[in-house]
Each structure stands twice: as C-alpha cells, then as structure tokens.
Design a protein around this ligand. Structure first.
Ligand code: MTE
Ligand code: MO
Length: 384
C-alpha cells in the first residue's frame, strides 16, 4: 500500500479514454444481444405494451432513457443559465421559473432508437424492440417568452440546451447537450417542464427541470437542464453532429433525426407464454386496440391485418384528445377458426406517410418505424 502511494504521479501512464470507449458497430449475422446491451436495457426500460390502455402513461411505466448517470441535483442551489447571443444573460432559480406562466400539455414522446433491435443487420446499442414510448402530462412554462425577454438578436439561428449529466460517448467526454433550430425553440408548445403527471419531475425524468419539444424524437427533450445558450451558428455538439443522424456508413455525414415518424402499436391480445411472450387467445371476439401517433402531422388512418399484411381493414379512430398526444384506435376481431395468426397494425399521418412494413435501415438504428407484428395462437378453451 505504502509502496503504491509513493509512486510519483508522472511515472503512471495516463490511461486513454478512447481505449475504454466502445466504438459504434453493427452486430455480426448470428450475434445476439450482449451483456453490454443488457446493462443498458435494464437501466432504460420500455413501456409494457398492455399499458397502452391508459390515455396518460402512469409515471413509472413511461419509457426511460439516460445516456449517462442520473445526476444528483440540489434544487435550492440549482440555476438555469440563459446565455450566449442574448441582450440580457441571466440565471433563474426554480422559484423564478415556477412563478412564470404555467401550462400543462399532454405529449407523446418516443426514443429515436425505438425499433433498433429488430433491424438486420443490427446496430449495437440500447436494444429497443417497439416499446420506447409514453405519454405524459407535462407542466411548466413556455420557452418562447423567456427567450424573447432575454433579447434575441436578428442573427440568432439555434439554441443549445445542456443537462447536468456528464459522461463519455464514443471517446468524447461531454455534458449531454442538444441544439435546436431557433424557429423550433420559439414554437408556443415547447415547454420548460417541472412537473410530470401532476407531481414534481422524478429524478429519472429530469428533476428539477427539462425541455419538452413536442413532435420531436425524445433526444431533443433535454433532461436535468442547466443551460440555455442562444447561438449565432448551428450547434456543433456530439449529439447533433455525430449521434442522432441517419447515416448509411461510418464516413457518411448523414442527415439529422428530427420529427417522430408515424407509428401504431397494439395491445397484444390474449395471454402471453412467459418466456417467448407468444400470445394465446380463445376462438372468440377480441377487441384489438392500441395507440397511434406521429410528430409530423396528426394520424389520419390506422389499418389492421390479421394475416401478416396480406389484407388490411380500417380500424376505428377515437377523436384526438391533444395535438401532440397519441390517438386511440380499436378494431373488432373474431377469428373464425383455431390456428396461428400474424397481427400487424400500421398508421398513416397527415403528410400521407404510411408506416412501412419493411425496415428503414441506417447505421445507428434511428427511427425504425417498421410495423409491429404479433403472433397469436388461437385455440378453444383459453380463459378470456
Ligand atoms: N440530459 C439528458 N437529457 C436527455 C437524455 C440524456 O441522456 N440526458 N436522453 C434523451 C433521450 S435519447 C430520450 S429518448 C429522452 C427520454 O426521456 P424520458 O427518460 O423522460 O422518457 O430524454 C432525452 N433527454
Ligand atoms: Mo432516445
């Protein structure tokens, strides 16, 4: 012990960050999910699909994603810095923010990595299947008036948002930070939220304050927010220029991931087999139901197939209950005979975009909105 402590500092080789950092890669043809991916998956959980039954996802069931650790934040000393290309830079306390205009918005959020684990070849990363989604009621104050009060010069183009969380990603040490075009940041529905479902933000969802950018994939909604910086140039941080891009190969600069593509999900009918989660259902009438959403334009149509996409029937859409929240759909299904059925559901949004039944592959596995497929074994005598 003593001998170790007496070793002079300069004689110890400085370990490199890069040597410990896992590069982005695509899994081999027969390579399963690794322990590294399992480690991420146990921290960052998805929405149990049966809880699509709730209009608003109960807080503990909302999907979760944090790149690094959940930071410890003392709300009494915490401040939000508003800085950069503004006329009046300043720092706001949580009380300052709570005294501002208070609004509540119901917003469906989805991770851009949703669907990644179903891609072939499979990009290695947080292995979402289809369940990285949730809808919450976010309460806070609109961002735009706060930016305007700070004084925006005509040359401002973007705003960066920085969290209190810190880590290393692909060899680059960083605070989690994202840039957002100024026009998006000024949208009236963009919020600085301090409550989720009527209670203070829980630690995992960004306590004490987070950004909510309705319609965008989740990476834009920066948690544990500590700094808002107005920029005269586009933001060059890692999460914008390297991560969250549609790339086909490593040298491809790619295009940015922005709005949520259309997707519908179904509550798996019947009952599951414990390990395979294949469904068993009775030869009886079933009300198939679920939710559909898009961040590009409201959902206009949901179709259901019970024969692996050979034929489709229109589902019934409930009236929308909030501009940025998912929409409930339902469809009566009465399998006439016992057998194996492949259920598929697909959404169309107001831009005319139809959810694909083929995977939109990219190197980082972003925004794979390929349709969900559920195998149901129908037989007599399964308890309903
Ligand atoms: N500071 C910070 N904000 C963040 C993240 C993060 O790792 N750090 N993850 C982002 C990603 S990728 C997603 S999908 C959403 C997830 O929000 P949720 O955990 O509240 O569902 O938060 C975003 N905001
Ligand atoms: Mo995400």
């Amino acid at each position: 012990m003593t001998a170790q402590l007496s070793v002079p500092q300069q004689s110890i080789e400085q370990p490199s960050i890069g040597a410990y950092s896992t590069p982005a890669r695509v899994a081999g043809p027969d390579e399963g999910i690794g322990l590294d991916e399992l480690q991420l998956a146990t921290r960052n959980h998805g929405l149990p699909l049966e809880t699509l039954r709730y209009d608003v996802t109960p807080t503990g069931l909302h999907y979760l994603l944090a790149h690094y650790d959940i930071p410890a934040v003392d709300p009494t000393t915490w401040r939000l810095d508003v800085c950069g290309a503004v006329r009046r830079a300043g720092a706001l306390s949580l009380d300052n923010i709570r005294r501002r205009e208070r609004v509540t918005r119901r917003v469906t959020m989805e991770c851009a990595g949703n669907g990644r684990a179903r891609l072939r070849p499979r990009p290695v990363g947080q292995p979402w299947l289809v369940e990285a989604v949730g809808t919450a009621e976010w309460t806070g104050t609109p961002l735009a008036p706060l930016l305007r009060e700070a004084g925006l010069p005509g040359y401002a183009v973007e705003v960066s948002f920085t969290g209190c969380d810190h880590g290393i990603e692909r060899g680059i040490e960083q605070d989690y930070a994202r840039g957002l075009p100024l026009a998006e940041a000024l949208r009236p529905d963009v919020l600085l939220a301090y409550e989720m479902n009527g209670a203070p933000l829980p630690p995992q969802h960004g306590f004490p304050l987070r950004l909510i950018v309705p319609g965008w994939y989740g990476m834009a909604s920066v948690k544990w927010l500590r700094e808002i910086r107005v920029l005269a140039e586009p933001f060059t941080g890692f999460q914008n220029v390297s991560a969250y891009r549609f790339k086909q190969h490593a040298a491809d600069p790619g295009t940015p991931v922005t709005r949520i593509r259309p997707r519908a999900l179904m509550i798996p009918p019947g009952v599951p087999d414990y390990m395979s989660r294949i469904r068993f259902a009775a030869t009886a009438a079933h009300l198939l139901e679920g939710r559909a959403w898009s961040g590009q334009a409201p959902v206009t149509r949901v179709e259901v197939s019970t024969d692996a996409g050979r034929t489709w029937a229109d589902a019934t859409l409930d009236p929308p209950d909030a501009p940025w929240a998912w929409r409930r759909w339902s469809h009566e299904w009465h399998p006439a005979e016992p057998g194996r059925y492949e259920l598929v559901v697909r959404a169309t949004d107001g831009t005319g975009e139809v959810q694909p039944t083929e995977q939109p592959w990219n190197l980082q596995g972003k925004a794979n909105n390929m349709t969900q497929q559920i195998t149901v074994i129908v037989r007599d005598g399964i308890a309903q």
